[in-house]
Design a protein around this ligand. Sequence first.
Ligand SMILES: Cc1cc2nc3c(=O)[nH]c(=O)nc-3n(C[C@H](O)[C@H](O)[C@H](O)COP(=O)(O)O)c2cc1C
Length: 326
Amino acid sequence: MHEFFQNHRLLLAPMAGVSDEAFRALCREQGADLAFTEMVSAKGLSYANEKTRHLLALAPGEDQVAVQLFGHEPDTMAAQAAWIEQEMGESLAYLDVNMGCPARKIVSKGDGSALMREPGLAASIVRAIRAAVAHPVTVKFRRGWAQGEETAPDFARRMEDAGACAVAVHGRFAEQLYRGSADWGVVARVKEAVDVPVIGNGDVRTGADAVALTVRTGCDAVMIARGAEGNPWVFAQAKAALEGVPEPPAPGARERIAMARRHARLLSRREGKNIVRMRKHAMWYLAGLPGAAAARAKINACVSVEDFDRVFDELLALLGEHEQEG
Ligand SMILES: Cc1cc2nc3c(=O)[nH]c(=O)nc-3n(C[C@H](O)[C@H](O)[C@H](O)COP(=O)(O)O)c2cc1C
């Protein structure tokens, strides 16, 4: 196995609109061995789109990041992979190709999971990128395209033959979007089909899930997406569980509010005054706390760090009252 993957067993998944520098910093701090960028458009990069290039910036203290590209033209993908490698140097861990995104606006252009229906083209993309860069190239895909038609093991083999250094598998069909539950059996079947490391993904929300996925499938690494939303602590829990030591206790209300505050500050460092992106994170961090549901409308009107701080202060005050009553 590529030595690199031995040290990167717990991964923050690529998440458009979520896995930016701020969120990656917090997840790494809690124990993620490596984090993926949001998916980056190869076409956008080729137009030197500033917004797209912005996606490649590292978080404070982040040593390395895995960059995920999406697109469907082998030449464009290879040229942009080479540009990323040159630009990022040592801070690039590896390059991943998105072949799993099922969103209509992505698939309709032939990108993301649409490539699972075009394994020949998918293989050409991997070959072209491999020929253009020295860094490891990985592919992330789903169980298959059509509901019930599991093509992942065969697809994985083709990606390996084309030069993929590892594959990540999310156990849902593209047509399923995020419905139902992820099938971990497919991770095991992909593991049997290829020799390269396999990253298992789908519905890991606790330390116990991370262990169960690893034990049941033999996967080499565990990738977490939604389980980390508002919950970077999941990495500390998963790390402990995988190492067989007691998991740290779940964070209390004050800890959650404190993390949300830090998240807002980190986001502001990147985005400036307008951090509307923080709204969804705030809702995730605060879910279930006293007064959180009632604060939803206020959160959805927040723009700046100060706006968010005001809501957090109010919730802390409410918490104080609850504790006195209790
Ligand atoms: C908000 C959101 C954005 C996502 N963006 C991407 C993306 O950019 N690239 C990608 O390969 N997968 C993306 N995914 C899929 C996740 O990486 C992951 O495969 C999926 O959510 C299943 O893992 P989970 O059950 O741990 O959430 C996204 C998922 C969510 C919820």
